[in-house]
Design a protein around this ligand. Sequence first.
Ligand code: IVH
Length: 682
Amino acid sequence: MDFESAKLRVEQLVEQLNIHNYNYYVLDKPVISDYEFDVLLKELSDLENQYPQLLMSHSPTQRVGGDIIKSFVQVKHKSPMLSLANTYSEEELKDFDNRIRKLLPNLDFDYVCELKYDGVAIGLTYVNGELQQAVTRGDGIQGDDVTANVRTIKSIPLKLKGDYPDEFEIRGEIILPHAGFEKMNAERLEMGEDAFANPRNAASGSLKMQDSKEVARRPLDCFLYFLLGDNLPFSSHYENLIKAREWGFKIPNYIVKCNRIEEVFDFINFWDEARKDLPFDIDGIVIKVNDYHLWQELGFTAKSPRWAISYKFKAERVATTLLSVDFQVGRTGAVTPVANLKPVQLAGTVVKRASLHNSDFISNMDIRLGDTVFVEKGGEIIPKIVGVDESKRGNEMFPFSFIENCPECGSKLFRKDGEAAYYCLNENECPPQIKGKLHHFIHRKAMNIDSLGEGKIEVLFDNKLVKSIADLYDLDYQNLIGLEKTLISDEGKSKTISFRQKTVENILKGIDASKNIGFERLLFALGIRFVGETVAKKLAFHYKNIDNLMMATYDDLITVDEIGDKIAESLLAHFKEAKNIEIIERLKTKALQFEMPENTGANLSNKLQGASFVVSGVFEKYSRDEIKKLIELNGGKNVGSISSKTNYVLAGDKMGPEKRNKAEELNIPIITEADFIAMIGE
Ligand code: IVH
């Protein structure tokens, strides 16, 4: 396709696809299938690859993320992001209404009632209809610039439609709906990671991730509830919100204008019940005076506006009997006490089990078997015990003690300094820990052996075929064919896993293919505590092979970018264990990739040929190791200290004053990361 036709087609596709995104993510009413959408998106992406100059910042292909944010830049809010005064009582809400009526005598005015979305506050600035910046609340005065991450949220328009003001800010809440939250937690558990306690924590954690590609995978959503700007179309809140809906924002339908406080109470009472059926969490109702002129008259206290208040719902709480306590061992070896309760109805479900947190909680609360306990379901998925009704305590109720040995493998439990949890340290012999390691190893982001998912690890473990990740590479057809297991889910459904010919062939193929997975992912797959994906990458990049890493001392490890105390100690402890060394040695004999590929000579360019660099400080776009690698890949040389032979000092944040003085003394150019990027033409 020639350039002119491509330009027309790209414009058409961007517009069409943005409308489909809007239909799907904002209106929840898709008009084409996912497949049809993907075909159009692929066509657009191909054209953009062919003609990069046609790439527009609001193109839907730009929603997938890709920017890595090393540390978020702090941005001052144009106007402070205030919080709201809270109340839990109808009385106080009546006082709020009376106070306003006293300040505005003889005035007829409206309130706007909205849901109080339980997520993370965000301020979005639009200039000439394009999303320019997204900033978190932070301390209310300044927050983090999370624009790259927010651009991946599909319900947030990158470009507006209609008659929007030239420049304005819109504030709202980034939330994670229940369905997405449950899916995400299931994945985390499968990876041996801790589950998020509630959707709010998950949304907030997602927004602060460094890799926007990963944020793009999280099913975040955003409801907008507040506009700021000099040229807003109306002088009232409700009307502006309804207008903003026309510009493409997700303004929920659950907002009403009320004239009397009684109507506000009706709204509250309705949602106190109906919130149980919402697909996302709310924790109350926000009541705002509608007219902006009245906002001016009512003004602010130090922390919050006088023209608004939030009415918070009480967490639902019931009393029931504590029958017994189980101790569960997680994949990290942490032992959690779980209460078995006399079944009781709570927030629409029957609760039989609840978390007892840890041993300190049990002793501080003096919880005893047979006690009447209070159970609450706040924002968390797992109900928790929040107290004991001591008035119901009889003589027969005795304190119980926390177990001393692991209920799964019998080994003695330990408590680490500064941690509330007890741990089973027998990581290579304790069944849930072994299975956890195996699940982590085969995960999509690690060795990606998906043919072993869905319960097959359990079958292998039960049949004593695998006890460590190294055993996977000893499996053969004869071991596997004919194995079978029937699993019963929590809901009582049964499912049989059978290892037939095709299944076995796929498993063996998957295991074999995993031998080509690169060193950084293999290192992550080993499941060393605190060595997540990013840390594994840094270590692989720095040490090049497992032997260098295994020999590294504490002092050496902590000089690596982003490796601190905790990670260094965890690595040393891991490589001290004979069992772990044995696993690595066995995996080496199976030809897994314990080494970064040699630089094949396929340099990116010769732009830095012959130039020597001293790299110092912290950088924004790349890590120090990545910069050093880029220097090499473009023909340059890294040197450790500044001398008269050094050609450039590449200075990031926090470069020491001695280096700067030395460079100035020797007249060596000090360049920034941006200068460097320009030099290599990235
Ligand atoms: S209005 C000056 N409306 O609640 C008023 N806030 O405690 C600005 N929130 O920081 C806030 N739903 O994160 C407003 N419909 C809603 C809200 C809402 C949730 C959050 C927001 C704010 C906090 C206030």
